[in-house]
Design a protein around this ligand. Structure first.
Ligand code: IMP
Ligand code: MG
Length: 177
């Protein structure tokens, strides 16, 4: 990608670093409140969820382990409709309060599938926390337990979210031009 095209294609900031930091602290308190003697397993969904999960993990005070899952459903800006699990968790989930930390819920397909898979393994409790939610785009019925920001139907990048692999390292959430 040419450098100029790369920079010009960011239209603007949708959610600033400060806003993310503040809401992430609140989400950490929510997670702390769920601790009931069983540790929390914070599950980061790769690749998009890695930045949010890292910050969220540092806002949690109760005993917490981290695990990773990877799912692939997008090519460029389009949802392909099918979700492939390309990295799975190997732990016995029955001893954990499992909490998914996801970057965004769009059509809902990815988390619906991941939720089905993980719930079938009988976690002690199971919840989904998402940084962003685009409810207008839903094609399957899915609701997160905790949403930091609800956004309109725009393709966003930054803070873990990419467009063809780029922009994940932006410290804010921006809109693509
Ligand atoms: P789903 O459509 O809810 O299954 O969303 C699946 C994945 O698509 C998310 O985890 C993101 O990685 C990606 N995605 C959805 N909307 C956006 C967006 O606006 N920008 C970047 N990635 C997105
Ligand atoms: Mg993702």
């Amino acid at each position: 990608m040419e450098m100029e095209k790369y920079i010009n294609s960011i239209k603007g900031v949708i959610i600033s670093e400060d806003e993310i930091r503040e809401k992430t602290k609140e989400a950490g308190k929510y997670i702390d409140s769920l601790y009931d003697g069983k540790p929390i397993l914070l599950v980061s969904i790769l690749n998009g969820g890695f930045v949010f999960a890292a910050d969220l993990a540092r806002s949690i005070s109760v005993p917490c382990e981290i695990a990773f899952m990877a799912a692939k459903s997008y090519e460029g800006k389009e949802s392909t409709g099918n979700v492939n699990i390309i990295l799975d968790i190997e732990k016995d989930l029955s001893q954990y309060n499992v909490i998914i930390a996801e970057d965004i819920i769009d059509t809902g397909r990815t988390l619906k599938k991941i939720t089905e898979i993980l719930k079938s393994r009988n976690p002690h409790t199971f919840r989904v926390v998402t940084l962003l939610d685009k409810p207008e785009r839903r094609v399957v019925d899915f609701k997160a337990d905790y949403v930091l920001f609800t956004i309109p139907d725009k393709f966003v990048i930054g803070y873990g979210l990419d467009c063809d692999g780029y922009y994940r390292n932006l410290p804010y959430v921006g809109e693509m031009g």
